[in-house]
Write a protein that binds this ligand. Structure first.
Ligand SMILES: C[S@@+](CC[C@H](N)C(=O)[O-])C[C@H]1O[C@@H](n2cnc3c(N)ncnc32)[C@H](O)[C@@H]1O
Length: 302
């Protein structure tokens, strides 16, 4: 039963789910699935990530493999610079990071934008982020429950990005975040998100490595790494309403997309799109991860 729900409401909800999900066709299978989920129930994203961020050291290791504050700040500066250049972030912009962790990037990026917001599923990560950004007056942080940005109005952000997060999420959650990006992004704004590429040779190598890692593990933890393809990421983006401007395809799939203003004449929309695309394609190389990092990720070092 959910918190605040009475027995009748709970039975009604489960019955509806049972009927909607087509479980009535295979009651025995439905019962087994239900039992299996409860016996070996996986922790939530929040429980997983709060556990991983129990101390600053483990949080940094999980985020980028850094062992020192200096190392963590250095990679933060690198990524912040990449995003600033690749997405033309400027002082007037309201920017959101989904899955901001300990504000590795936000701490370095906030001085270059109007306002920087960071959200993360883990309260422990947000605590770390708060401590690391308390000297900055244009930062706001919040925890999110699931793939929802419900605390923000429609058409609110000039830029939304999610760096090194989507490959930790189930596909449905990735898609729901992309839908939320579409809702919360201003028309003409830019969005960036990345994930791991199954079609890349190094991506495949790391995939095999994880297959071995988890072969005898029984249940995989929820924060496990997951893979996608450029086609799949394009599909999610377009079905969410976004227009894809450019996709970098390497070990990472890096998508840069926009939300076209609704109800403008086709000619204006085509002109805007052509301009944005040209701009973005010229700057996109800034976003490429350094090759050394890709190599060590493919080897499973990070
Ligand atoms: C590898 S870290 C990257 C952190 C940050 N983007 C960076 O590059 O420094 C992944 C982050 O995603 C967060 N995360 C995991 N699942 C999430 C979810 N469902 N919604 C929001 N954040 C999530 C984790 O708590 C963690 O802070």
């Amino acid at each position: 039963m959910r918190a605040g729900e009475n027995t009748l409401a709970s039975v009604e909800r489960l019955a509806k789910r049972f009927l909607r999900g087509g479980h009535w066709k295979h009651p025995l299978r439905a019962w087994r699935l239900w039992r299996a989920e409860r016996i070996g129930r996986e922790a939530t994203y929040r429980e997983c990530w709060d556990y991983l961020a129990a101390t600053k050291d483990t949080a940094y290791l999980m985020i980028d493999g850094s062992e020192t504050e200096e190392g963590f700040r250095a990679t933060g500066r690198q990524v912040a610079e990449a995003l600033k250049e690749g997405l033309f972030i400027s002082k007037g912009h309201r920017v959101l990071e989904i899955g901001c962790g300990a504000a590795r990037i936000g701490r370095e990026l906030a001085p270059h934008c109007g306002f920087w917001h960071g959200v993360d599923v883990s309260p422990k990560m947000i605590d770390l982020a708060r401590t690391r950004t308390e000297h900055l007056s244009n930062v706001s942080l919040a925890t999110v429950e699931g793939p929802s940005l419900g605390m923000f109005p429609d058409n609110y952000f000039d830029r939304i990005y999610s760096w090194a997060v989507f490959f930790h999420l189930d596909k449905e959650d990735v898609f729901m975040y992309i839908q939320e990006i579409y809702r919360a992004l201003k028309p003409g704004g830019l969005a960036y998100y990345d994930t791991w590429n199954l079609l890349d040779e190094l991506g495949w190598k790391r995939w095999l490595l994880e297959l071995e890692r988890y072969r005898d593990f029984g249940k995989k933890p929820l924060h496990r790494n997951q893979w996608s393809t450029p086609q799949e990421m394009r599909r999610y983006s377009e079905k969410a309403g976004l227009t894809v401007l450019h996709v970098l395809e390497g070990f990472l799939i890096q998508v840069i997309s926009t939300k076209l203003p609704p109800d403008i004449p086709v000619a204006d929309s085509s002109r805007l799109l052509a301009e944005l695309r040209e701009h973005v394609m010229r700057a996109a190389d800034h976003l490429l991860p350094p090759l050394g990092i890709v190599g060590s990720v493919a080897e499973g070092d990070k």
